[in-house]
Write a protein that binds this ligand. Structure first.
Ligand SMILES: Nc1ncnc2c1ncn2[C@@H]1O[C@H](COP(=O)(O)OP(=O)(O)OP(=O)(O)O)[C@@H](O)[C@H]1O
Ligand SMILES: [Mg+2]
Length: 625
C-alpha cells in the first residue's frame, strides 16, 4: 500500500472511531438501534418460510420431515392441510406484526440517536468556533461557520448511521443469507455470487463521479449560503448603490448552479442504480432458468426455489448497500476531517498549563518591548515600551491605521505579541487565566456591536446579574438615559439586528453603559465618543472622568478634546511611541501632537452650541418616566 493510501485509510479509521465515540455517548439508543436491526435481519430470514410450507406441504402435498411434523403437531395441534394453511396465515400475521413493531422501535431509536449525535457535535463545533482567534474570525465567512454547525455537524451520524450500521447489518444479512442459500443448493448459491465482481467493477467506475456529485453539491450550496448572508449583512450598501438586481442575478445564477449540481448527482445515482439493478435482474433470470430446470427434474422442490429467489433479492440489496455506502463514508469522512481539525485545533491564545487567576490589585499595566503584526514580516507595533500607572488614564493618539486598536487588543489577549510581554500588576498576561484577564477589563469597542434584544438586556450584557437600578445608573453615566427614556418602550425597546434601529451615537452610549456596568478595574475606550456631538461628548467625558477614578483607563480618540485631560498621552507613529507626555507638555514640545492639536482642537464648537438646545443629555439627570 502506498504511503498516501495508508494515510488515507488511517485517517478514515480514525474518523470512524471518532464518529463512533459520538454514538457511544448515547449507548442505550445505539444498543436499541443495533438490537432492532439484528432482530430485523433474523425476521427477514424467516419471511420466505411460510410460503415454502404452503407450496411444498399444502399445495404439492410433500411430506414434512418427521421432526418438523412432530413440532407442528405439538405446537399447533395438527398437521392436516387445513391446519397447515391456518398455521401459514398465523405465521405471516405474527411476522408482519413483529416486523411492524421492530420497524417502529428502530425508527424511533434511530431518529433520537441521529438527532442527539447531531446536537452534540453541533454544540462542540459551536463552542470551539467561539474559541477561535479574532484573526480566524476576521477571515472566516459567517455563512461558512453556520454551515459547519447546522449542516456539517451531521457527518458523525452519517458515518455511523448511514454507513457503518448499514454496512454491519448488510454484512450480517449477506453471510446469513449466503449460508442459507448454500444449504438449500450449493450450485445455485455459488451462481448467485458470479455477479459480485461485475458489481465491484461498476462501483469502481462510479466511485469518483458519485463523490464528485456530492462535492459539487457542497461547493455550490456553500456559495449560495455565503451570497445570501453577505447580501443581507451589507443591505444598506446594496440599497445605497442600487445593487439589488445585480445581487438577484448572482443569486439566480448560484441557485441554478445548485440545481445543476443536484441534477448531475441524481443522474449519476440513477445510472449507478440502473447498472446495479441490471446485475440483480440478470442473475435472478439465470438462477430462475437453472432452478426451473432443476425443479422440473425434481432435484429441487418448488417451495425451495421460491424461497431461493426471494432470498436472492435480499442477497443483492446488502451487497449494493455496502458498495453504495463507500462514497457516503468517504464524503462524510472528508467533512469530518475538517471538523475534526476545528475541534482539535489549538487556538493560539489559550490558557497555558498552570495558568493562575489574574489578581488585579492596583491596575499597573506595562508593555515591555512588544512587537506584533498580523502578517509575518509586517509588524504593526515594534518594540513598544510604556507603562500605565495604577488609576492613570492613558490616551492613545495616532493616524488611522497606526495600531491603536491593535495595541489595546493585546491587552485583552485577543492576540499574543510576537516578542515582548504585557504585564498587569507584574503578572505576564500570557500566564494568567484568560477568563480572569478578560473579566478584569471592560471594553468599549470601536464598533459598537449590539444584540437584537432590549436595551436593558444589551446593557446587562456587562453584568447579567445586574438589577434595573444598576442598569439605569450605568446608562445615566454613559449619557444614554435621556434618549432611552424618549423611546416608546424605554429600556424595553428591542434594538434591530446589530442595533440597526439606533443611531451610531446612541449605540456608542449603550456600549459605554455596558462597559461601565461591568465595573472592571481596567477600562478600555476605543473611540467611545467618535459619533457624538461635542456637547454630548463633554457631558459624557465629565461623567467618565469621575468613573475613571481608581481605574486604569486606556482611551483612544481622534478628537483631542476627548483625551486632553489624560494623565499620559502616547502618540503612535510607525509602530512606535513617537511622543509621550501630558497635553500641555506635548503642545509645548511642538511635535506631532501639537500638529494634531492645531488641526483639530476646538472643532465643531459653534455647531455644538447650536445643538445644545436639543441635546438630550439635559434629561439625563431626570428619572425615566
Ligand atoms: N485582522 C487584521 N488582519 C490583518 N491586518 C489588520 C487586521 N486588523 C488591523 N490590521 C491592520 O493593522 C494596522 C493597524 O490597525 P488598527 O486597527 O490597530 O489601527 P487603528 O490605529 O486603530 O486605526 P483607526 O484609527 O482607523 O481605528 C492597519 O494597517 C490595519 O490594516
Ligand atoms: Mg482603531
Amino acid at each position: 500500500m502506498s504511503d498516501a493510501k495508508a494515510k488515507q485509510c488511517l485517517s478514515l479509521l480514525t474518523v470512524c472511531r471518532w464518529a463512533i465515540n459520538y454514538a457511544l455517548r448515547r449507548y442505550c439508543l445505539l444498543l436499541a438501534v443495533i438490537g432492532s436491526r439484528v432482530a430485523g435481519v433474523g425476521l427477514d430470514m424467516l419471511k420466505p418460510w411460510p410460503l415454502v410450507f404452503l407450496v411444498d406441504y399444502v399445495l404439492r402435498g410433500r411430506h414434512m420431515p418427521p421432526y418438523l411434523e412432530r413440532m407442528v403437531v405439538e405446537l399447533w395441534g395438527g398437521a392436516s392441510p387445513s391446519s397447515l394453511i391456518s398455521l401459514v396465515v398465523a405465521l405471516t400475521v405474527v411476522m408482519f406484526v413483529l416486523g411492524w413493531l421492530l420497524n417502529l422501535a428502530d425508527s424511533y431509536a434511530f431518529l433520537c440517536l441521529r438527532q442527539a449525535m447531531n446536537n452534540e457535535l453541533a454544540g462542540d463545533i459551536f463552542y470551539q468556533l467561539q474559541q477561535r482567534s479574532m484573526q480566524f474570525h476576521a477571515h472566516a465567512a459567517v455563512a461558512e461557520n453556520m454551515r459547519r454547525i447546522t449542516s456539517d455537524s451531521t457527518c458523525a451520524s452519517t458515518i455511523v448511521l448511514d454507513a457503518l450500521l448499514p454496512a454491519g447489518t448488510s454484512t450480517l444479512s449477506l453471510v446469513t443469507i449466503f449460508a442459507i442459500l448454500w444449504r438449500m443448493d450449493p450450485v445455485l448459491a455459488a451462481l448467485s455470487l458470479t455477479v459480485v465482481p461485475y458489481m465491484v467493477l461498476v462501483l469502481n467506475r462510479f466511485a469518483e463521479p458519485l463523490k464528485k456529485g456530492i462535492d459539487d453539491m457542497y461547493v455550490q450550496d456553500k456559495r449560495l449560503y455565503t451570497l445570501v448572508e453577505q447580501s443581507f449583512r451589507t443591505i444598506p450598501v446594496v440599497q445605497a448603490f442600487c445593487r439589488e438586481n445585480w445581487n438577484v442575478a448572482r443569486f439566480r445564477q448560484s441557485a441554478r448552479a445548485v440545481l445543476g449540481a443536484n441534477m448531475a448527482r441524481n443522474r449519476t445515482n440513477r445510472q449507478f442504480g440502473a447498472l446495479m439493478g441490471l446485475a440483480t435482474a440478470v442473475s435472478s433470470a439465470g438462477i430462475l432458468w437453472i432452478g426451473g430446470q432443476k425443479a422440473l427434474a425434481g432435484t429441487v422442490s418448488v417451495g425451495i426455489l421460491i424461497a431461493f429467489l426471494s432470498y436472492l433479492g435480499s442477497l443483492y440489496k446488502p451487497i449494493e448497500k455496502i458498495l453504495r455506502t463507500a462514497p457516503t463514508v468517504q464524503d462524510a469522512a472528508n467533512r469530518a476531517v475538517y471538523i475534526w481539525e476545528i475541534l482539535r485545533s489549538e487556538t493560539h491564545v489559550r490558557d497555558n498549563r498552570g495558568a493562575k487567576r489574574l489578581q488585579v490589585l492596583q491596575g499597573h499595566v506595562v508593555f515591555k518591548n512588544v512587537t506584533f503584526g498580523y502578517d509575518v514580516g509586517h509588524p504593526v507595533l515594534q518594540t513598544l515600551t510604556f507603562e500605565a500607572l495604577p488609576g492613570q488614564t492613558v490616551a492613545l493618539v495616532g493616524a488611522t491605521g497606526a495600531g491603536k486598536t491593535t495595541l489595546v487588543s493585546l491587552l485583552a489577549r485577543f492576540f499574543d505579541p510576537w516578542e515582548g510581554a504585557v504585564l498587569i500588576d507584574d503578572q505576564d498576561i500570557r500566564h494568567v487565566q484568560l477568563k480572569s484577564l478578560r473579566n478584569s477589563i471592560a471594553f468599549v469597542l470601536q464598533e459598537p456591536f449590539l444584540f437584537p434584544v432590549s436595551i436593558a438586556e444589551n446593557i446587562a450584557y456587562g453584568d447579567p446579574s445586574a438589577i434595573f437600578s444598576q442598569i439605569e445608573s450605568a446608562a445615566r453615566a454613559a449619557n444614554a438615559n435621556g434618549f432611552i427614556c424618549k423611546l416608546a418602550a424605554g429600556y424595553n425597546t428591542i434594538v434591530g439586528e446589530r442595533g440597526a434601529t439606533l443611531s451610531r451615537g446612541e449605540r456608542q452610549r449603550i456600549s459605554i453603559a455596558r462597559a461601565l456596568l461591568k465595573n472592571a478595574p481596567i477600562l478600555v475606550l476605543d473611540e467611545p465618543t467618535s459619533a457624538l456631538d461635542t456637547e454630548t461628548e463633554q457631558y459624557l467625558l465629565r461623567d467618565l472622568r469621575r468613573l475613571r477614578q481608581g481605574r486604569t483607563t486606556f482611551i483612544i480618540a481622534h478628537r483631542l478634546s476627548t483625551i486632553r485631560h489624560a494623565d499620559v498621552i502616547l502618540v503612535l507613529g510607525n509602530g512606535r511611541i513617537a511622543e509621550s507626555g501630558t497635553h500641555d507638555q506635548l503642545v509645548a514640545r511642538g511635535g506631532i501632537y501639537a500638529g494634531f492639536y492645531d488641526l483639530r482642537f476646538g472643532e465643531k464648537v459653534a455647531l455644538a452650541k447650536t445643538l445644545r438646545s436639543v441635546h438630550d443629555g439635559a434629561t439625563d439627570a431626570s428619572a425615566c418616566s
